[in-house]
Write a protein that binds this ligand. Structure first.
Ligand code: FAD
Ligand code: NAI
Length: 465
């Protein structure tokens, strides 16, 4: 009997959510296609997000070490190190090309058809992709998100840029104003500060990094200030004007009051991201958006439309690549009749600045609202490896339920926080207590020992403080 549909599964969008869903669906024996409108696969993350930003963070960190005298204390004396920004951008582009090409290779290897073009629903089993009309039994929406515009501030990608423009500035701006003290503002602000810009971060709230643990937010702001970033907290931007290649940024206290004007050579608008739903013609399949413009799903990633699923940045939850990827795996398994689950309580967040800032689970504030907690903290200053490497900024904090000792959250500010948090994720996924971590042998000397010591500190028994 001929197949009723062209494909078993059609995934719309080839970001970390979509390409992983497509590959996994194919691995599970389903005939799979993935529609992507961009020229290359990999979505925001590989093309204009995680990958190019980490390439510039890495390169700018090496540059700062070379010119900032950091290496001199280790006896490495460099004279005349200079910046070749074009080369830095070229190396970043190479990493992006290799990784997006890698996804293309994986599509071929797993026999996933790449349908080139933007998809739009005709009905719940039919979409148009460019000139083509394609049918599938199940369709996964993985269209991701785009920069949220700031009303009254026009992005020209030259003087006033979003994250994509900030990843490609052709020269180091003398003064950079960053609107939004979130993850993008701090990561890309750090890049350009390290390369020589004077960076001012304007944040509407009274602390940077909303969603992170309060103590982490305060400590991070202190460290960024120490590094030379100016932090204008509780401040709102009321307008930006551009003249002769320079920007004037009008700011005033968030609570109202006298305004002032900041002069800048570049302005980065980074106030959040919004789901990509325009052009999908969702009304054809009866899907309405929630108040935040997202597509709601159930725990299995089913939308209200039969046979239509959604994952990644386009649905509620953290807007992170690894969350999208895990949802991609789960949705493919659910479509294949298996049970795909994502534990939304154990999704780590990492800010790739120096030091890195990472967390998983709930904040101390949220934990105290729920009930009695015990908190163990250990400063990186007392960690032997951090001391050896001379990177002692930060701390590790373990939050445990006072009665059961179960770990509710782990927060880390440390040079290797992004790597260290993985251990906390595994522990929490297995329902660990702080005692479980405290009695797990950790190699010495490693930064990871700070997590063990913070867990020991939950019962007041850390050794090295
Ligand atoms: P996306 O990656 O946005 O991919 C969606 C894809 O769908 C896009 O390629 C788009 O072209 C395509 N598409 C949209 N509509 C259609 C349509 N109708 N038809 C066909 N194709 C369509 N997250 C991290 O975890 N770690 C990081 O270090 C990190 N760094 C970031 C740095 C920056 C500067 C930015 C902007 C984001 C960063 N993120 C990071 C967030 C991360 O990029 C996103 O969470 C992730 O890409 C979401 O994946 P997704 O698959 O849901 O969507
Ligand atoms: P964000 O939500 O992290 O931060 C936006 C910040 O802008 C907030 O602090 C908010 O209070 C502030 N803000 C909002 N409106 C403002 C205004 N009018 N004036 C001043 N401040 C204002 O959003 P961001 O940084 O744009 O990042 C978007 C998403 O991309 C995030 O959700 C993040 O998860 C993801 N991302 C993840 C990275 C990582 O995992 N390392 C790196 C970069 C982005």
């Amino acid at each position: 009997m001929p197949d009723q549909y062209d494909y078993d599964v059609l995934v719309i969008g080839a970001g970390p959510g979509g390409y992983v869903a497509a590959i996994h669906a194919a691995q599970l024996g389903l005939r799979t296609a993935c529609a992507e409108g961009r020229e290359t696969l990999g979505g925001t993350c590989l093309n204009v997000g995680c990958i190019p930003s980490k390439a510039l963070l890495h390169a700018s960190e090496i540059f700062e070490e070379a010119v900032g005298g950091h290496l001199a204390k280790f006896g490495i004396e460099l004279q005349g190190a200079t910046l070749n920004l074009d080369q830095m951008h070229a190396e970043k582009a190479k990493a992006v090309k290799e990784l997006t090409g890698g996804v293309e290779f994986l599509f071929k290897k797993n026999k996933v058809d790449w349908l080139k073009g933007y998809a739009s629903f005709v009905d719940a089993h039919t979409v148009t992709v460019g000139e083509q009309t394609v049918t599938a039994k199940d369709i996964v929406i993985a269209t991701g998100s785009s920069v949220t515009p700031l009303p009254g501030v026009a992005i020209d990608q030259s003087v006033v840029v979003d994250s994509t423009g900030a990843l490609a500035l052709p020269k180091v701006p003398e003064r950079l104003v960053v609107i939004g003290g979130g993850v993008i503002g701090l990561e890309l602000g750090s890049v350009w500060r390290r390369l020589g810009a004077k960076v001012t971060v304007v944040e509407y709230l009274d602390a940077i990094l909303p969603g992170f643990d309060g103590e982490v937010r305060r400590e991070s702001a202190k460290l960024f200030r120490k590094q030379g970033m100016e932090m204008r907290l509780s401040t709102k931007v009321t307008g930006v004007t551009v003249q002769g290649g320079k920007a004037s940024v009008q700011v005033e206290p968030a609570a109202g009051g006298e305004g002032e004007t900041l002069q800048a050579d570049a302005v980065l608008v980074a106030i959040g991201r919004s789901p990509n739903v325009d052009g999908l013609n969702l009304s054809a399949i009866g899907i309405e958006l929630n108040a935040r413009g997202q597509i709601d799903t159930d725990h299995s990633f089913r939308t209200k439309a039969d046979g239509v699923w959604a994952i990644g940045d386009v649905i509620p939850g953290l807007m992170l690549a690894h969350k999208a990827e895990d949802e991609g795996i789960a949705v493919a398994e659910n479509i294949a009749g298996q049970t795909g689950i994502v534990n939304e309580d154990v999704i780590p967040s990492v800010v790739y600045t120096m030091p890195e800032i990472a967390g998983v689970g709930i904040t101390e504030e949220a934990a105290r609202e729920r009930g009695e907690v015990k908190v163990g903290k250990f400063p990186m200053m007392a960690n032997s490896r951090a001391k050896t490497n001379r990177d002692t900024d930060g701390f590790v904090k373990v939050i445990a339920d006072a009665k059961t000792d179960r770990v509710l959250g782990v927060w880390i500010v440390a040079s290797l926080a992004g790597t260290m948090i993985a251990e906390a994720c595994v522990a929490m996924e297995f329902g660990a207590t702080s005692e479980d971590i405290a009695y797990t042998c950790h190699a010495h000397p490693t930064h990871a020992e700070a997590l063990k010591e913070a867990a020991m500190a939950v019962t007041g028994k850390a050794i090295h403080v």
